[in-house]
Design a protein around this ligand. Structure first.
Ligand code: FE2
Length: 432
């Protein structure tokens, strides 16, 4: 007797007509035609069932703060950082927690059940760290939340930056962050990469740096990050977030760089929505796209996963916690529109980002956690095209969010009565 039996699911790898049996919060069996008793039977009806979406790069301390204390007029990264610097000293712990929890509600509704958030450690009071640690505990039953100690104003550039980051790690943040391109000089940036990798090695922690988030092709901190990763034996535990300067780098240099990154097993985290919005701001025309070289990095065997980065904060006035929106933008910016391309993009929102975060028990296989999302789409390509509705979101075998199918009723002579956005054929044969 199973707790739940999901019938007739399509899986992201293309298998169709699959049943998924769940017992004790885990997946007990995955096979076609499972005939067994179950407490609850859910008919997926040939729709896509996927492990949950995973966001490997977010800023939960800033989210939903749009307009506080004013809007970002130029729309640039640097005005965003300045604006955040104005807001930060006024932040109250309770308000931070309230906004973060509100975002987590949105995330759950979208089937987003694991998030790696950067936490700004620039203010020595570390209210942000205190608040997010509390949020991490509160949401643990339904979201895996990892916290990165992130020196937004620079590890060396900000007064007290070194001390504050280390104290934040002592408080219980999980990952060592950095922002080498924002330090005063290239040399300071490289030195910060070395110092932060040493801290990670000493503490046995992963590293996730905002690295080279600039259009400057000479911003080459990713080279140092790859080298220091190997030197400290941190292979596979280091992420380079953004890496937008690679978009503008000389091709010959990149042909040397990518193998070095592969050797270091760097996890690459582009943030398509934010990169297309914030990069290229000093260009007239033609205007650069500013996203790193996704296709080439994937082809070289690097683990690429996409982050949402921002939702309604000083840097980005848009966003909704929908990782399919992130993937939708990635398809356009990377020009990866083939069927196989889209499958890879879907993986970059799910299995690849789970790998980046080191999640255990992730996936649809016997023994994995019964964390699943049923989408109003038949396959990953359609899910990305439609930014498909999440019909059910399940955590450890329990449905924690449900949505009605998106169906429109038509009032047209001689045309179908109902239209399901995810169906090419009308839902009902009848016409008016
Ligand atoms: Fe970021």
């Amino acid at each position: 007797m199973f707790d739940v039996l999901i019938k007739n699911a399509n899986l992201p790898d293309g298998l169709e007509g699959i049943d998924i049996a769940i017992k004790g919060g885990k997946i007990a069996e995955v096979a076609p035609g499972i005939e067994a008793e179950a407490g609850e039977v859910i008919d997926a009806g040939g729709r896509l069932v996927t492990p949950p979406f995973v966001d490997p790069h977010f800023h939960m301390d800033a989210t939903l703060s749009l307009g506080l204390p004013r809007m970002n007029v130029s729309g640039t990264l640097l005005e965003g950082i300045a604006l955040w610097g104005e807001l930060r000293p006024t932040l109250a712990r309770e308000a931070l927690i309230e906004r973060a929890l509100r975002y987590c509600d949105l995330a759950v509704a979208q089937g987003l059940l694991a998030i790696r958030s950067h936490v700004d450690t620039s203010d020595p009071k570390l209210v942000t760290a205190e608040a997010l640690i509390e949020v991490r505990e509160k949401v643990a039953p339904y979201i895996d939340l990892q916290l990165v100690a992130f020196p937004q104003d620079g590890y060396y550039r900000a007064e007290g930056g070194v001390d504050a980051l280390n104290r934040a790690l002592d408080m219980g943040l999980d990952i060592v962050g950095g922002i080498p391109h924002f330090e005063r000089t290239m040399a300071d940036g490289a030195a910060s990469v070395s110092a932060l990798c040493r801290i990670a090695a000493d503490r046995g922690m992963p590293v996730d740096m905002h690295c080279d988030e600039t259009d400057d092709p000479m911003s080459r901190h990713i080279e140092t990050l790859a080298a220091e990763t190997v030197r400290f034996g941190l292979q596979g535990r280091v992420a380079g977030s953004h890496l937008t300067s690679m978009h503008s780098m000389d091709n010959y240099y990149v042909s040397k760089l990518i193998p070095l990154m592969a050797e270091a097993e760097i996890n690459v985290i582009p943030n398509p929505l934010i990169n297309i919005m914030l990069q290229g701001r000093h260009d007239t025309y033609p205007k650069r796209r500013g996203m790193t070289r996704v296709r080439e990095l994937m082809e070289a065997g690097l683990n690429v996963s996409f982050g949402h980065d921002c939702v309604m904060d000083p840097w980005y006035s848009m966003g909704s916690g929908d990782m399919l929106e992130v993937g939708h933008m990635a398809i356009h910016v990377a020009q990866m529109a083939g069927i196989e391309d889209k499958r890879k993009i879907f993986d970059a929102l799910t299995v690849n980002s789970a790998k980046t975060m080191g999640l255990e028990g992730y996936g649809i296989a016997k023994g994995c956690n019964a964390d699943l999302v049923i989408l109003q789409a038949r396959d990953p390509q359609e899910a990305l095209r439609l930014k498909a509705n999440r019909l059910a979101v399940m955590r450890r075998g329990r449905v924690i969010a449900r949505a009605a199918p998106r169906i429109s009723e038509l009032h047209l002579e001689g045309r179908p009565v109902m239209v399901d956005a995810a169906a090419y054929a009308p839902l009902r044969p009848g016409t008016h």
